[in-house]
Design a protein around this ligand. Structure first.
Ligand code: PEP
Length: 256
């Protein structure tokens, strides 16, 4: 069984470096006794360098990269830049980037970014998930297409390094309800099957499939026990050190 991982997605928060340092420091303090769980904070680009100096206990990640290495791409940040600043992970294909205000990223763009992240030495966290659950189960085809297109041309060797976050869009954000652990479990099996068919691998146990979408300290345990989640990608809960650390500690008690 792989080590559980909890990845906080701060999104476009907080508004100042000072607040970011405070939030990170408080989070680090609350996790001082955590030894077996991998903890990652994906902060805005601007804060990564400073946060890196506060503690090595928590790994850092970005929330996006551009697929080119350097050049005339105004406003973009490359995988090399993120890696060279000391970050280890990058979230790619988050639903907020796939929608219109994130520039409408499609699977083809996410695929280019995954390849670029791997080339830069970053571990990609690929978000997939349907917008709605329809009665005809079309959402299964939607997720299958996301996985197949996002993983086009990725080598077999890279697969075990990638983390997949199943984040149904309907479960994300304020006022939303999380998926049930059973719904996640089903998707977990489904995603593993798609990967094993695509890559001809009989054993894809090494791929970590985590859950995101209104995760909190109350539902995390069930997602691991019943859903067999390898970890979590909390959004709002990552901005609350108490809640976030409780989620990590649930993983810690279950990590071997
Ligand atoms: C997310 O957007 O990645 C997310 C899971 O957000 P939240 O936990 O706030 O629903």
């Amino acid at each position: 069984m792989s080590k559980k991982i909890v990845i906080g997605n701060w999104k476009m928060n907080p508004a100042s470096l000072k607040e970011a340092e405070k939030l990170f420091t408080e989070t680090v303090k609350m996790l001082s006794d955590v030894k077996k769980t991998e903890v990652v904070i994906c902060s805005p680009f601007l804060y990564l360098e400073k946060l890196k100096k506060i503690s090595k206990k928590i790994s850092l990640g970005a929330q996006n990269i551009f697929w080119e290495e350097v050049g005339a791409y105004t406003g973009e940040v490359s995988g090399d830049m993120v890696y060279n600043i000391g970050a280890k992970y990058v979230i790619l294909g988050h639903s907020e980037r796939r929608n219109f205000f994130g520039g409408g990223e499609n699977n083809e763009i996410v695929n280019k970014k995954i390849k670029s992240a791997i080339k830069s030495g970053l571990i990609p966290i690929i978000c997939v998930g349907e917008n709605v659950r329809d009665e005809n189960h079309e959402y299964l085809n939607f997720v299958k297409k996301q996985i197949e297109e996002c993983f086009n041309g990725i080598s077999k060797n890279s697969i075990s390094k990638i983390i997949i976050a199943y984040e149904p869009v309907w479960a994300i954000g304020k006022g939303a309800y999380p998926a049930t652990p059973e719904e996640f479990r089903e998707m977990n099996i489904f995603i593993r099957k798609i990967l094993s068919d695509k890559f001809g691998l009989s054993n894809i146990e090494g791929v970590r499939i985590i859950y995101g979408g209104s995760v909190d300290e109350k539902n995390a345990l069930d997602f691991i026990i019943e859903g067999k989640a390898d970890g979590f990608l909390p959004g709002r809960a990552s901005l609350n050190p108490k809640k976030f650390s409780k989620i990590v500690k649930i993983c810690e008690t279950l990590n071997k």
